[in-house]
Design a protein around this ligand. Sequence first.
Ligand SMILES: Cc1ncc(C[n+]2csc(CCOP(=O)(O)OP(=O)(O)O)c2C)c(N)n1
Ligand SMILES: [Mg+2]
Length: 608
Amino acid sequence: MTPHAAEKSGHHQAKTMTGAEIFVRCLIEEQVEVVFGYPGGATIGVYDALRDISNIKHVLTRHEQGATHAAEGYSKATGKPGVVLVTSGPGATNTVTGIADAFMDSIPLVVFTGQVPLRLIGNDAFQEADIVGITRAVTKHNYLVREVSELARIIKEAFHIATTGRPGPVLVDLPKDVMAQKAPFEYPREIALRTYIPVVDGHLKQIRKAAELINHARRPVLYVGGGTILSDGAPELTALARKLRCPVTTTLHGMGAFPETDPLSLGMLGMHGTWYSNVAVNYCDVLISVGARFDDRVTGNVEQFAPEAAIIHIDIDPAAISKNVQVDVPIVGDVKRVLSRLIDLVQPLDTADWIATIEQWKREHPLRYQQGEQIRAQQVIQTLGNVSKGNAVVVTDVGQHQMWAAQFFTWVHPRTHITSGGLGTMGFSLPAAMGAAFGRNDLPVVSISGDGGFQMNSQELATIAQHKLPMKIFIINNGFLGMVRQWQELFWRRRYSQVELSNPDFVKLAEAFGIPAMRATRSDEVEPAIQRAFAHTEGPILLEFVVAKEDNVYPMIPAGQSVHEMLDTPEPVLASEGKDGDGTTVILHKGKPIDQTEEHHVREPQRV
Ligand SMILES: Cc1ncc(C[n+]2csc(CCOP(=O)(O)OP(=O)(O)O)c2C)c(N)n1
Ligand SMILES: [Mg+2]
């Protein structure tokens, strides 16, 4: 039989069913386990078809934004695509922030939206929104299904496009009448997209060029982004760094790709990165960028970023190459595959001098904070790291607490750090952590929000309580939109404008949802509270930490500036963790104490 004839006869045998039934069958074919959604008039038929399906769990969130962020968290924690189903009009527009967030952070989502019947489209029908038009700029691709006979092919393509190449969100708009029409169902086995064929194997000539550069490096740095984790390339990256003896700095999304317990780790770079990672990038002679995109929060002033370095850039997305920073050796391909080839072509390097210089910088400029009776957010995060030993999925929101979490937790595993990096969406953490908790039960899931961001999606406490998800929900309450307050303090002469918050009683709020909750207000209450939260495994628990109101995140490279304008932590680096005159203690993070008699200036590395 010719393939064509086989297809034809297949169609003859295929069972005829409604669009709604086809939709459900397609999800089963894609092995979708969880759908986050919210029903409405335009999707009532689809929800009817979902009702009797037991192998797909539908999670009814309390807001469509919650559904989209939950799907993102689920995807980031598991590596599987996140699936969302909402109704037309407001249901669809409520997903836009989450879709834009997933687009910026390359998260594979397939978002299904209900739509008014085809003949009403463009008529300002009740609950009509042109969601395909609205989301064009924030989706990797989107579809309006016009014929029920196209539905299965479109769904197959949507999952393929979302999950391959540089991952991203794909939206499929489902008109109500199309979903009621009938067609024979057969799930396509092949994808035929002539204009979409991502390159996964890097060009061997380019990989050889990169190896040549690396083999002559004296001061190399690996600059590692989220693409490394998305490609499951963390083991290859770690092996490469150790073979080369090359220091590793990660972006906000790269954290977990390389264990921070390794002496080669420099922690995060960029605006709120460690002092020594930014200085190392400034002096490096070869910068190996792996699945990172030279975001402005990393580079600051691009003219002065890694000024002495030849730059190698490994990325699956050809559009990301030389977009922000001109690179010397681009390699388009999947990080995991490119690294596994590169590793055989490079030799161990003599980086002993370089590493000794960096060690000195680490001693002189560690991450640190001064601890008194009042709680500081840094203490909460560091204690969480110690109690969990890095064995937790930590989902942060946006603001100061997000940066402190990046700095003061010790990240060791890929897919344990989840945050909104590209879009910077307040309100992300609670629903994203909820999604992660639906996908993972091997590790505890911790949501950390500021008092501002928590209130943006706190309605999801109801979903969390309903499903008794064993989540630990932390609120870092500083009574301020802290990050904006910090900028107003530092760059707007402390003219505070609309940054002070009058908050509800978060403990009572949690209790109203049936979630046990505790408040800590003194530094000696932090560890016991976190211990208690980790001992509580039956359902969710919420902890509110009342922290210093006006505290700043350091180091800081002001926006658009360079490493030369970096503000280090103003607090002293003491020789030991002793009590200071004012009853406070200086606590270092991942840094060894130094002898205070040493001079404090940037030691320039020897150039060879
Ligand atoms: C949806 C949204 N609106 C506004 C902002 C701008 N913004 C960035 S950080 C921040 C303050 C966050 O305050 P909070 O949640 O209390 O966290 P904190 O900085 O105090 O830790 C604001 C308003 C944003 N990132 N997202
Ligand atoms: Mg706050």
